[in-house]
Structure formats: C-alpha cells, structure tokens
Design a protein around this ligand. Structure first.
Ligand code: TRP
Length: 354
C-alpha cells in the first residue's frame, strides 16, 4: 500500500523554534525522503474556529502567516499539497456521518479534549463543535486515506479515536477506510523544546520564544539571556547540564560538524558537557556557540520568508491550488463512503429499472 502523509496546524499564531524542531523540520525531511506517495499539509482553520469562533479575523490573519512559515522552512508546494481545511466542504460531510459512530461520553474521555476544556474554562458550556473536533480530525485523516500522521504526543488521543472510527465504520459498512499510524518526533527533546527561560514550554504568551522571523540581533539577545544553571555562578563552579536550557537546545540542534566550525577546542557535545559539569566552562561561551548554530539554522528560513512575503498573492494562489487538489483527492473516498453506507441513491436507480 502506498504511504500517504497528512498533518496540519491550527492557524492561531506564527510558528516558532519549538514548532520547528517539534514538527516542521521533520515534515520537510519526510517530504524530501521520497518515501511517500503524497504529502498533505493542512491549515486547520475550521478546527481553530471551534474555540475561536468569536474571532474569525485572528484565524484569517494567521492562515497566511502559517503558510509563509511552511514555505520558509522548505515545504515545497511542487511536492507537498498545502491546503486550507474549510475549503474542502467534503470534510464536513465525513464528519457528520462519523458522528454517528462516536458517543458523547467517548468524546468527554478524550484526554486532549479534557485538558483543553479545563484550560479554556468551558466547564458545562462546551461548544458542540469543540467537543466534536476529534471526529472532524478523523475526517481530515481518513478522507485522504492517510497512512501516516506526523504529530506531537498530545495528538495521540486523536489518532486513537480516528482508528476506532475507522474500525467501526469498516465493520458496520465495508472496508473503505484506512487505519492511520501516528509518527512521533524521533527524539524526546524535539517533542517539547523548553522556553528560553527554562520553563517547560515555549509559548507566545510567556514571551520565552525564539520566533522563526526574529532578526539576528533579537536571536542573539534572547540566547545570551537564556536560563542556564542557577548554581553555576563562577566560571570555575561545576555546572549542571540537566534542566539547563542551553544544553537542551544544543541537544536538539548541535551536530558534530558545528564544533569544527564554531568551537574547535571540543570534538563533540559530550566533551563540552563533561567540561561544564567539571567546572571551568563559562555560560557565555556555550551561549555564543548555541547562537552561532541557531543563527545558521534560521537564516535561510528568514530569507526565504522575506522572499515569499513580497508576493502574498502567490502564497494565496499556492493555497488555492492545493485546496483544489485536496478536494479532488477526497471526492473519491467520499463516493466510496456513501456507496458503503448505501446513500448513493441516484447511482442505484437502475436497480429500479430507471
Ligand atoms: N489538532 C492539530 C493541532 O492542534 C491540528 C490538526 C487538525 C491535525 N487536523 C489534523 C493534525 C489532522 C494532524 C492530522 O495541531
């Protein structure tokens, strides 16, 4: 069976370095691996509206920002289909039929939904659309017969729910849908990059992010004021590597070649960590090293983003073309679904001699 990737993001803000190591970089690698027959990357605006229905302008604005981030990191519209969820009305049809296969209780038990309901203080007034978004996500995935869904750990409950829907659909109607697999980030550091302040999560609202569009001087300042080890006061003091954000970032970004280029006194990260732990290695030195690495990683992204920013109409054209392609792809699955459910009345008129 050919392998098909589908994944996406809610357009609620621009993407940052955490998204980059956690998902974008991997997507580009998967795109370029040649292993997948199709790579579909969706901007999940309809899902974003389930908890931002009162602020459609925010979603509208961020669609193009996310698209620019996609193009900037190297998603290539000639290889990957970049599209907007709401422009594929068939997805809502799938959702409506799948709703019959899922109980309300099951949706309330979905751990990701549960956590989000708490976070948003919905309590007794959860919007129905929000509660049902895992079903709509199952529609996104199955409509394309995706085999592979690259996501972060927080999305595992969605994939599990999708698999349940597929099994139920296939057993009640007929074997039409494909059970997808989640593809998690390869290493745990990439699953969740901490903020520059050492807090568990990089988040816009905490102001501890390095953004993909940051200028070199902003990046340098953010890195030079990063959280390290509060017990490492004098250069000669022994330092701690665990919980030290600079080393976590180095774990995520540093490759052996970087030492030859920027810090030839050391051969690899192990040696650097060893010296830091022993004492005698200052924070400024490791921060400068990290800065060189991050600058090199982000420069081509920033440059490409600026190029695309010059022609926003072209970016919309890419999304429009991608959405048209996506629509063609789901039409066939929708036909199969309707045939399996026997709601293709006009195709079967001949049964009545018509
Ligand atoms: N729920 C995902 C997020 O919050 C976005 C998303 C919507 C998605 N539909 C999807 C991800 C289908 C993977 C597959 O980031």
């Amino acid at each position: 069976m050919s392998k098909i990737i589908l994944t996406g993001d809610r357009p609620t803000g621009r993407l940052h370095l955490g998204h980059y190591v956690g998902s974008l970089k991997r997507r580009v690698e998967l795109q370029n691996s040649g292993e997948f027959e199709k790579v579909l990357i969706m901007i999940a605006d309809a899902q974003a509206l389930t908890d931002n229905f009162d602020n459609p302008e925010k979603i509208r604005r961020n669609i193009v920002e996310v698209a620019l981030d996609y193009l900037a990191v190297g998603l290539n519209p000639a290889v990957s289909t970049l599209f907007i969820q709401s422009q594929i009305p068939e997805l809502t049809e799938f959702t409506f039929y799948y709703m019959n296969l899922v109980s309300v209780a099951r949706l309330h038990r979905n751990p990701t939904v549960k956590a989000e309901v708490q976070l948003r203080n919905f309590e007794e007034s959860i919007p129905t659309g929000f509660l049902c978004y895992p079903i709509s996500q199952a529609a996104d995935i199955t409509a394309f017969k995706a085999t592979t869904v690259p996501v972060g750990e927080d999305q595992l409950p969605m994939i599990e729910q999708t698999r349940e829907i597929v099994r139920k659909f296939n057993s009640i109607y007929s074997e039409v849908l494909v059970e997808p697999e989640a593809l998690l980030p390869e290493n745990s550091i990439c699953m969740r990059l901490p903020g520059t302040d050492g807090k568990a999560k990089m988040s816009k609202s905490l102001g501890n992010c390095i953004n993909l569009e940051d200028e070199p001087e902003d990046i340098r300042q953010k890195i030079m004021s990063m959280y390290t080890d509060p017990l490492h006061i004098q250069v000669s003091d022994p330092g701690h590597v665990e919980g030290n954000a600079v080393f976590t970032y180095l774990d995520a970004f540093c490759r052996t070649e970087h030492f030859k280029e920027y810090l030839p006194e050391y051969h690899n990260l192990e040696e650097l960590k060893e010296h830091y732990t022993r004492g005698g290695l200052g924070d400024v030195k490791i921060k400068k090293f990290l800065n060189s690495i991050i600058q090199a990683e982000l420069e081509p992204i920033r440059v490409r983003r600026k190029e695309y920013e010059k022609d926003i109409a072209a970016v919309y054209e890419i999304l429009k073309k991608g959405s048209e392609t996506a629509r063609e792809l789901v039409a066939e699955t929708l036909d199969e679904v309707k045939r399996a459910m026997k709601i293709n009345y006009f195709d079967t008129m001949s049964d009545f001699g018509l």
